[in-house]
Design a protein around this ligand. Structure first.
Ligand SMILES: *Cc1c(COP(=O)(O)O)cnc(C)c1O
Length: 390
């Protein structure tokens, strides 16, 4: 058989971290002590109170059967209660909350549920690559919304051509933002909701980093706090970064009931939901979102991010004060592009960072460091960088 993967896979953009991944494996194989700021995967363990709940939940035979795809009633009630306490937004657990097998799953499947082939999908660039791949799988046309430093990494929706807005079916937003670390203003959320209502566009706000902020003044809002948002918007949340649960696969979506029903219907044909014991542990997690463990994790990431940002500035990187997410997004020193800088750090200092170009063309000129390494290792990385000539 001469095998060719399906066209839709060939239509995906090239995976630009291949070369960095290859060099990283080579450095590890050569026995180098690699300091890896590449992937946004918490190094801290899942909080103990969540693990304890899983341990008891896993013993219950009722949890061994097929889960309810949209999420167990208990989880959906817990999530609605969390939303009320955290954002002051009242949700109907029956129609306005669904569980996801991690938010990536929901984001990737959303376009299949709401976008007809040929329709435009507006997505941020630089941005999380899943918005684009999900769009391509659905036969939609990705339309990049440029994010620029001068605008605080918020897209200029008034610059979207009317013909594009008219044929657009879906708009992805992501604040606090990966990879830039930017936080949205309330005024921007209002503008985005108004824009989507005017043009009948589904708005999907990826809130994976909503609990990862460093200062109470930056505590992110839910887009559902904006009056009228529920007519067009859903918001996707994730236990992954909030509770150090990336391996568990638990997320959820809230908001417009028709969009959620469409996503749930699609998913009922693709998957059978989240292991019920993990949903139980998710109840413990979201019941405990205001516990001191979370505040401690925020303080840890903040300390690392500030140390790295301060250090990088001394070598000529441009770095804004870290406010949210666990990423430091750094403008590269003069004379480099994102790939040449990432390659040099890896080859000469065994430090891995993500070249900005991997987040889209407009990520060029930046590199992203994930704060998922301990503070001593951050300091060690800075010491190694000091040895290099800049
Ligand atoms: C990590 C991440 C996600 C996905 O997280 P899940 O583990 O699938 O819940 C979604 N969006 C962004 C921007 C992320 O960085």
């Amino acid at each position: 058989m001469t095998f060719q993967p399906a066209q839709r896979l060939l239509a995906l953009p090239p995976y630009l971290f291949v070369e960095i991944d290859r060099r990283k494996r080579a450095a590890l194989a050569a026995g180098k002590d690699v300091i890896d700021f590449g992937v946004g995967d918490p190094d801290l363990p899942t909080h103990a109170f969540i693990i304890e709940r899983l341990k008891t939940a896993v013993d219950d035979p009722a949890h061994h059967r097929y889960p309810l795809g949209v999420g167990a009633p208990r989880l959906r009630r817990t999530l609605a209660a969390f939303f009320q306490r955290r954002y002051g937004v009242r949700l109907d657990p029956e129609t306005e909350v669904i569980a996801l097998i991690g938010s990536k799953e929901g984001l990737a499947h959303l376009a299949l549920a709401v976008v007809n082939p040929g329709r435009a999908v507006l997505l941020p660039e630089p941005g999380y690559p899943v918005y684009r791949s999900g769009t391509i799988f659905a036969g939609g046309k990705p339309h990049a919304l440029p994010l620029h430093e001068q605008r605080g990494w918020l897209p200029d929706l008034s610059a979207v051509p009317v013909e594009v807005a008219r044929e657009a079916a879906l708009l992805f937003l992501n604040y606090p933002n990966n990879p830039t670390g930017a936080v949205a203003t309330r005024a921007f959320f209002e503008e985005a909701v108004a824009f989507c209502r005017r043009h009948d566009i589904v708005l999907a706000q990826d809130a994976a980093y909503n609990e990862m902020y460093f200062d109470d003044a930056d505590r992110p809002a839910s887009i559902l706090e904006i009056p009228g948002a529920r007519e067009v918007a859903i918001e996707l949340h994730s236990a992954s970064k909030t509770f150090n649960m990336t391996g568990w696969r638990l997320g959820f979506a809230v908001g417009n009931c028709d969009v959620l029903a469409a996503l749930a219907r699609l998913k009922s044909n693709l998957d059978s939901g989240v292991f019920t014991a993990i949903q139980e542990a998710g109840c413990a997690a979201y019941d405990g979102f205001d516990r001191p463990e979370l505040a401690r994790a925020r303080a840890t990431y903040r300390e690392r991010a500030i140390a790295l940002a301060d250090g990088l500035r001394q070598f000529g990187f441009r770095v804004a004060p870290p406010r949210a997410t666990f990423y430091v997004w750094a403008g590269v020193p003069w004379g480099y592009d994102s790939m040449s800088l990432a390659t040099r750090l890896l080859d000469e200092a065994a430090i891995v960072c993500a070249p900005g170009i991997g987040f889209g063309r407009l990520g060029e000129g930046y590199v992203r460091f994930a704060m998922t390494v301990p503070l001593e290792r951050v300091r060690m990385a800075l010491a190694r960088m000091r040895e290099l000539k800049w």
